[in-house]
Design a protein around this ligand. Structure first.
Ligand code: COA
Length: 259
């Protein structure tokens, strides 16, 4: 599928989505958000693709935020609609049953940091910079940033970043648990592919259920422990578990069918 604001490529069964607005530091306008949704829907539906990498075009920015030019002249209800739309799309990313990794190659500010946080994992290049500078503009994060930042780095540090609007580098982000790994810029995509291949070598149903259980922890009205009991029960009845257990006993590598 051809997009106006995204470049997509499938290599070794991995979808690479590149946000392609380099001249605007890959900021997220409504077209990017819609196309991201489409690309993620297609990714989830396509069983031949085992994982996805999201990155930004060029070496300067992953995504430098939501497109500020679209905010002007909005009233309360338009602001809520915009935020809800971002939430819906980012929730799809977060709930994907297959791994989605943010390859953070430069500025990940505002909506860019929020997009990276919606991905399951974040691998940052040495030049990555993370931050939620919205208060400088008189707004707050609207694509889940106030929630996911707390979930990832804890309340104290999240409040610090959200209230000071400070930007942190890749190593600080890793120290805080915001970035999973920091690599040289030239190694960024390969590092993401390596991580996806490792995840994709395990039982796909088990991976999907890990995502469901972790999400349950953060979902109001759902007891994550009960979810885990349910999902564990479902896993032991899969062909993949039979294969995984037999392979262990027979001292060979398991071949998972995703059934
Ligand atoms: N929305 C819309 N346009 C943006 C943007 C955003 N979030 N971030 C950058 N751009 C545009 C700039 O307006 C500029 O466009 P122009 O060349 O037509 O004037 C272009 O991208 C390059 O950005 P510029 O600011 O000139 O680069 P810089 O190297 O001087 O600064 C940043 C880089 C990231 C520090 C700076 O662009 C910035 O602060 N961006 C906004 C970050 C932000 O507040 N994000 C949260 C938004 S809710």
């Amino acid at each position: 599928m051809a997009y106006q604001t995204l470049l997509t490529e499938i290599t070794e069964g991995i979808l690479i989505i590149t946000i392609n607005r380099e001249e605007k530091l890959n900021s997220l306008n409504k077209y990017v958000v819609s196309e991201l949704e489409q690309a993620i829907d297609e990714f989830v539906a396509d069983a031949s693709i085992v994982g996805c990498i999201i990155t930004g075009k060029g070496n300067k920015a992953f995504v430098a935020g939501a497109d500020i030019s679209e905010f002007q002249g909005m009233d309360v209800s338009a602001g809520k609609v915009l935020a809800k739309r971002g939430h819906d799309v980012f929730n799809k990313i977060e709930n994907s049953p297959k791994p989605i990794i943010a390859a953070v190659n430069g500025f990940a500010l505002g909506g860019g940091c929020e997009l990276a946080m919606a991905c399951h994992l974040r691998i940052a290049s040495e030049n990555a910079k993370f931050g939620q500078p919205e208060v400088k503009l008189g707004i707050i994060p609207g694509y889940g940033g106030t929630q996911r930042l707390v979930q990832l780095i804890g309340k104290g540090k999240a409040l610090e970043l959200l209230m000071t609007a400070d930007t942190i580098d890749a190593h600080e982000a890793q120290k805080l648990g915001l970035a999973n790994q920091v690599v040289q810029t030239v190694e960024l995509i390969d590092a993401c592919k390596t991580m996806i291949k490792k995840i994709a070598s395990w039982a796909p149903i088990a991976i999907a259920k890990v995502v469901e259980c972790v999400q349950a922890h953060f979902t109001d009205g759902i007891d994550g422990f009960n979810t885990e009991i349910e999902k564990f029960g479902e896993c032991v009845a899969t062909e993949d578990f039979k294969e995984g257990a037999s392979a262990f006993i027979e001292k060979r590598k398991a071949k998972f069918a995703g059934k």
